[in-house]
Design a protein around this ligand. Structure first.
Ligand code: MN
Length: 202
């Protein structure tokens, strides 16, 4: 059983103008498909075949660049599409709101921290909101297609929100204006989905 490109739960143009249709088509259909195909090639005939992507990443030999880059790419994008929605935006409520407030003081302070992580990631990478066992949340960033599930990343817990800051994620619409893209992302975050992931992983 090999990995398959997950279907989007909305149309390619549904997140516009925050994220434009052409970027979504290329990002999902070309980039994510590419990571998926290369991951399948990289694990074929190994003991990773048939395991979940989470299991593969948590037990990864970080010297295995093919699985690190493409397994990370497969997982990271699969999360990214799920935590966005045309009906997104606003702020979380309930337990996740409480966890964010106890870690960062307020939603506004969390947003600033997350945005700084996204804008400050030099070159390609991701910004994350993670949850640790016990429910504490943490913002961090990783380079390339690394993510907090991988060993020794220095950014721990289970990712429940991720933002792709590779240029391929925003350059068509925003060119070099990464801060504008980061701001627009907050218009499409599906906090119901992020809250669900918080509850499942705390
Ligand atoms: Mn990407």
């Amino acid at each position: 059983m090999s990995f398959e490109l997950p279907k989007l739960k909305y149309a390619h143009d549904a997140l516009a103008p925050s994220i434009d249709e052409q970027t979504m088509k290329i990002h999902h259909g070309k980039h994510h498909q590419g990571y998926t195909n290369k991951l399948n090639d990289a694990i074929k005939g190994t003991d990773m075949e048939g395991k979940t992507i989470e299991n593969i990443l948590m037990n990864l030999d970080m010297e295995n660049k093919a699985v690190r880059n493409n397994g990370g790419g497969f997982y990271n994008h699969s999360l990214f599409w799920e935590v966005m929605s045309p009906n997104g935006g606003g702020e979380p409520s309930g337990d996740l709101q409480s966890a964010i407030n106890s870690a960062y003081g307020s939603f506004a302070d969390f947003k600033e921290k997350f945005s700084e992580a996204a804008k400050g990631q030099f070159g390609s990478g991701w910004a994350w909101l993670c949850v640790h066992d016990g429910g504490k949340v943490e913002v961090c960033s990783t380079p390339n297609q690394d993510n907090p599930l991988m060993p020794g990343i220095g950014c721990g817990g289970t990712p429940i929100l991720g933002l792709d800051v590779w240029e391929h994620a925003y350059y068509l619409n925003y060119q070099n204006r990464r801060p504008d893209y980061v701001e627009a992302f907050f218009n499409v975050i599906d906090w119901d989905e992020v809250s669900k992931r918080y509850a499942e992983n705390k």
